[in-house]
Design a protein around this ligand. Structure first.
Ligand code: BG6
Length: 485
C-alpha cells in the first residue's frame, strides 16, 4: 500500500508560457530573418472564413514579399517584448514565477535557416533574456520551434517536407545548447507537434500548393521532425548534463458522444491519432495502430538507415502538452457541431464554451493527466492552459477578469486531484501570462494575460502594461503552492 499525495510538490514549477512570434516583435531587427509567422496577416473578424488564416500558398508568399500588400502582420510586431523584456520579466518575478516558457525565434539565430554561421546579435538577445530570468531565480523553459520556421527553409525545401531541414534544425539546436548550456536546463523540441495535421504551414512551414498528397507529405514531414527531435534530445543530453528534454502535444482528450460502441470506437481512434505523437517521443517507435492507418490511407513513411535506432534510443525525459478543452465525437451526422482549438467535434451538452467556442472542461484535464500517466509513467508538464477572453478596461484602469480566475481555478483544482491520484506532475505554465498576439486569429482582443497590454486589433495602443485582478490571484496561488485558489 502506498499513501496518497496531498497536493502540489514543494518544487512545483509554476509560471507562464509564450512564443517568440506572438510576443517579441522586432521582426527585422539585428539581423533576424523572416519566418513563416511573419507572413500571417490579420484577418478582421467579419472577413474570416473558417476562422483561421493558417494556410498560405507560394503565390501569396511572393505577393507579400513584393511589398504590394497593405494588410497588417501582427506577429511581426508582437507586444514588443524585444525591447520591454526587463519590465515584463520583473512583473513575472513579482507574481513569483518559478519558470517562464519562451521560444527562441529560429530565424533570429539562423536568418535563412540554412546559414552555416549563427547571427551573434540574436544569440546575444537571448543571453540577456535568460540572464534577466535567472537574476530572479526564474528557470527558463525553452521551445526550439514554435511555429517559427525560417522562411528560407520553406522557400528552399518546402519546409519540413524536405529531409534536409533536419540537419539545419540540428545545427541550430547544437548552437543554442552550446551557447546556453549554463543557463537553460529545460527544453522542448517542437511546440504542439501534432498541429501539422491541421495546418502543414503552421507546424511544418509547408506550402500546400506544392504538394500532391497532403496526408502523405504531412506524415513524412512529421517523420523528419521525430528524427530531428530524437537527434537533438541526444545532443542536449551530451552537451548539457542534467538537461531535461520534453515533447509537446496539443492534447485533444476525445469523448464518445454516446455509449454506442460505434461512437466509443471513433473516440478511441481519434485519441490514438492524437497520442501517436507522444507514443513516438516516449516509446521511440511507430505504434502498431498507425501501421494499419497508414496502409488504409496510402501513406508510406520513407526512412533512412539508422532512423529507427535514433528514435528508439533517444526518448524524451518528460511529456508536456497544452490543454484548453476536450473534444466530443459522434458517428452520427445529426448532432450539432462545434469548432475549437484546431479541431472540432459535436457539442458536449455538459460543457460551456469560451467566446471562441472552445469547450471548457476542467475535469477533462484530470482525465488527461491520468491517461498520460497510465500510458507512459513519465513526468508530466502542462505547458499551456488558459482562457482567451475579451477584457474590459474600467475607467480607473482596473480589469476585473473573474472569468479567467474561475477558469484557471477549476483547472488547477483538477491538477491537484490528479496529483492525489498519483500522477507525477512537475509544472504548470499558464498560456499568455501577458496579453499577446493570438496564434489562430492574429488578434489582440483574444486575451489570456494576467498582465494587460494596451494594444488593439488594428495595432493601435501605447503598449503599456497593467495588472488585471488575476495578477494578484495567481501570485497568491504560487505563494501558497496551489493551496489558496
Ligand atoms: C496553442 C499554441 O495552440 O494555443 C499557442 O501553442 C496559442 O501558440 C495558444 O497562442 C492559444 O491559441 P490562440 O489561437 O487563442 O492564440
Amino acid at each position: 500500500m502506498t499513501t496518497a499525495k496531498k497536493g502540489f510538490p514543494e518544487n512545483f514549477l509554476w509560471g507562464g508560457a509564450t512564443a517568440a512570434n506572438q510576443l517579441e516583435g522586432a521582426f527585422d531587427k539585428d539581423g533576424k530573418g523572416l519566418s513563416t509567422a511573419d507572413m500571417i496577416a490579420h484577418v478582421p473578424k467579419e472577413k474570416r472564413t473558417g476562422g483561421h488564416a493558417m494556410e498560405i500558398s507560394s503565390s501569396r508568399i511572393e505577393e507579400i514579399l513584393s511589398g504590394k500588400i497593405e494588410e497588417r502582420f501582427p506577429k511581426r510586431f508582437g507586444i514588443d517584448f524585444y525591447h520591454r523584456f526587463k519590465e515584463d520579466i520583473a512583473l513575472f518575478a513579482e507574481m513569483g514565477f518559478k519558470v517562464f516558457r519562451l521560444s527562441i525565434h529560429w530565424a533570429r539565430i539562423f536568418p535563412n535557416g540554412y546559414d552555416q554561421e549563427p547571427n551573434e546579435a540574436g544569440l546575444k538577445f537571448y543571453d540577456e533574456v535568460f540572464d534577466e530570468l535567472l537574476k530572479y531565480g526564474i528557470e527558463p523553459l525553452v521551445t526550439l520551434s514554435h511555429y517559427e520556421t525560417p522562411l528560407g527553409l520553406t522557400q528552399k525545401y518546402n519546409g519540413w517536407a524536405g529531409r534536409e531541414v533536419i540537419q539545419h534544425y540540428v545545427r541550430y539546436a547544437e548552437t543554442v545548447f552550446n551557447r546556453y548550456k549554463n543557463k537553460v536546463k529545460y527544453w522542448l523540441t517542437f511546440n504542439e507537434i501534432n498541429v501539422m495535421l491541421f495546418s502543414p504551414y503552421t507546424g511544418g512551414g509547408i506550402l500546400i500548393d506544392k504538394v500532391d498528397n497532403q496526408l502523405q507529405t504531412t506524415y513524412q514531414a512529421l517523420h523528419h521532425q521525430f528524427v530531428a527531435s530524437a537527434m537533438v534530445t541526444k545532443l542536449a543530453h551530451e552537451i548539457i548534463p542534467g538537461s531535461q528534454v520534453g515533447c509537446m502535444l496539443a492534447r485533444m482528450e476525445t469523448y464518445p458522444a454516446t455509449c454506442n460502441p460505434v461512437d466509443v470506437r471513433l473516440a478511441q481512434h481519434e485519441n490514438q491519432i492524437n497520442l501517436f505523437f507522444t507514443d513516438m517521443h516516449a516509446r521511440g517507435k511507430y505504434p502498431n495502430y498507425m501501421g494499419r492507418y497508414f496502409e488504409e490511407n496510402n501513406v508510406v513513411i520513407h526512412k533512412e538507415p539508422g532512423d529507427d535506432e535514433i528514435l528508439l534510443n533517444n526518448t524524451v525525459d518528460f511529456i508536456s502538452f497544452s490543454y484548453y478543452m476536450s473534444v466530443t465525437k459522434s458517428a452520427s451526422a445529426d448532432l450539432e457541431e462545434t469548432t475549437g482549438n484546431l479541431t472540432g467535434g459535436v457539442k458536449n451538452p455538459y460543457l460551456e464554451a469560451s467566446d471562441w467556442g472552445w469547450e471548457i472542461d476542467p475535469i477533462g484535464l484530470r482525465i488527461t493527466l491520468n491517461n498520460f500517466w497510465d500510458r507512459y509513467q513519465k513526468p508530466l508538464f502542462i505547458v499551456e492552459n488558459g482562457l482567451g477572453a475579451y477584457d474590459k478596461v474600467e475607467e480607473d484602469g482596473s480589469i476585473h477578469d473573474s472569468y479567467r480566475v474561475d477558469y484557471l481555478k477549476k483547472h488547477i483544482e483538477q491538477m491537484k486531484e490528479a496529483i492525489k491520484d498519483g500522477v507525477d506532475l512537475i509544472g504548470f505554465t499558464a498560456w499568455g501570462p501577458i496579453d499577446l498576439v493570438s496564434m489562430s486569429t492574429s488578434e489582440m482582443s483574444k486575451r489570456y494575460g494576467f498582465i494587460y497590454v494596451d494594444l488593439d486589433d488594428e495595432g493601435n495602443g501605447t503598449l503599456e502594461r497593467s495588472k488585471k485582478d488575476s495578477f494578484d490571484w495567481y501570485k497568491n496561488v504560487i505563494a501558497s503552492n496551489g493551496e489558496q485558489l
